[in-house]
Design a protein around this ligand. Structure first.
Ligand code: FAD
Length: 341
């Protein structure tokens, strides 16, 4: 691809979603990540995250080895009732590629995604990271970003990876954009140095993630309750899917169609995970309660594992999830069929 055909992509937010998107897009496009803090700050916000096998495989393909992630394999998940009686045990499978569900340190995942996005070893051009850049306004039609200190950036595409309080989301959806609301659920985190309590918020489901020259990914698009520990997984899958759908885009005029295909695949999957989290938390509406079948952990995890786009840039992979259809171990997407490995 000629240099002229590479899109200028601006990513707002250097968290897990932003860096994953940068890592997957740098092969074909010129990517700049704009982060309001410094990336060193991310090392302080550390805890173990569960990473499902499909995302584990993505991380490996991006060059992150298990020892770098300080990965510990997760073999079983046990479900308990309110009295502590175990009522469900779900074995975590190891895929033929060796990927499995793992626990990994958040700071390590961030560090390895940063290396994948900016390292010299990767394909294409290393992404540029600009720290201490706080975005204050977005023009989604013209692809213009303005910063708190008066600077202006212009791109062919703006990716909003700016988390649960995303301003890119507001720019895309306008006054009807849902805001992060307290769910009534809290997470208690205890580290060697300090105990911490998070009040967990989630964001109502959105059918639309893109408008003009902007699209949202990660928590900006689908902040979910942490019952299944899937927020980071969805964020990394978003990056992989964007890389796939934008891999053959050579002009800004092709973007709307590519973004439409991206959101068609990803919105359905994110909604499936969000609804499951709300169902398990007992936070669904009366109407939903009546229409939904009882939650089935095994069936849900089978759907979670069936994901991905089939891989751009030579990565093989699983297909389908909520965006495709599955039958007999094969999952279909866009007329292609891959074996679910
Ligand atoms: C306690 C806890 C435990 C969790 N455990 C798991 C788990 O086990 N497994 C799992 O998969 N997920 C887990 N999650 C969820 C996971 O952490 C999130 O889903 C994921 O980090 C979202 O990444 P993100 O990049 O979309 O958002 P963020 O990590 O919020 O990143 C957004 C970035 O955008 C930047 N930004 C925001 N606004 C601006 C602006 N105006 N200008 C410039 N930059 C801006 C922010 O500084 C930030 O760096 C957990 C979450 C919590 C709170």
């Amino acid at each position: 691809m000629d240099l002229e055909q590479r899109l200028r992509i601006l990513v707002v937010g250097g968290g897990l979603a932003g860096l994953a998107a940068a890592a997957y897009l740098r092969g074909r496009h010129d990517v700049t990540v704009l982060e309001r803090f410094t990336l060193v700050d991310f090392a302080r916000n550390d805890y173990a995250m569960s990473i499902t096998a499909n995302t584990h495989r993505f991380l490996r393909e991006l060059g992150a080895e298990d020892w770098q992630l300080q990965a510990v394999p997760l073999k079983y998940v046990w479900g308990c009732d309110a009295k502590g009686n175990v009522n469900e045990s779900v074995a975590q499978s190891i895929t033929p590629s060796g990927a499995t569900t793992i626990f990994a340190r958040r700071s390590r995942i961030h560090k390895e995604l940063l290396a994948a996005a900016t390292g010299r070893g990767g394909t294409g051009t290393p992404a540029t990271i600009r720290e201490n850049v706080k975005i204050t306004s977005i023009d989604v039609e013209d692809g213009v970003i303005k910063t708190e200190d008066g600077r202006e950036f212009r791109g062919d595409l703006i990716i909003g990876a700016d988390g649960v309080n995303s301003i890119v989301r507001t720019a895309i959806l306008g006054p009807s954009a849902p805001s992060a609301s307290p769910s009534g659920v809290a997470a208690y985190l205890c580290t060697a140095t300090s105990p911490d309590v998070w009040r967990i918020r989630d964001v109502d489901r959105m059918e639309r993630w893109a408008k003009g020259k902007a699209v949202i990914v990660g928590d900006a698009a689908h902040a979910i309750l942490p019952y299944f520990g899937l927020g980071c997984n969805l964020a990394i899958e978003d990056g992989e899917a964007l890389g796939y759908f934008l891999s053959n885009v050579t002009s800004a005029s092709e973007l709307p169609q590519a973004l439409e295909r991206f959101t068609a695949l990803r919105v359905a999957r994110a909604h499936m995970v969000q609804l499951a989290g709300r169902q398990v938390a007992g936070l669904v509406s009366e109407e939903e309660k009546e229409s939904l079948p009882p939650f089935d952990g095994k069936a849900f995890m089978a759907k979670v594992y069936a994901c991905g786009t089939g891989g751009s840039g030579g990565r093989g992979g699983q297909e389908g999830g909520a965006g495709g259809t599955g039958e007999g171990g094969k999952l279909h997407l866009e007329g292609r069929t891959l074996i679910n490995k």
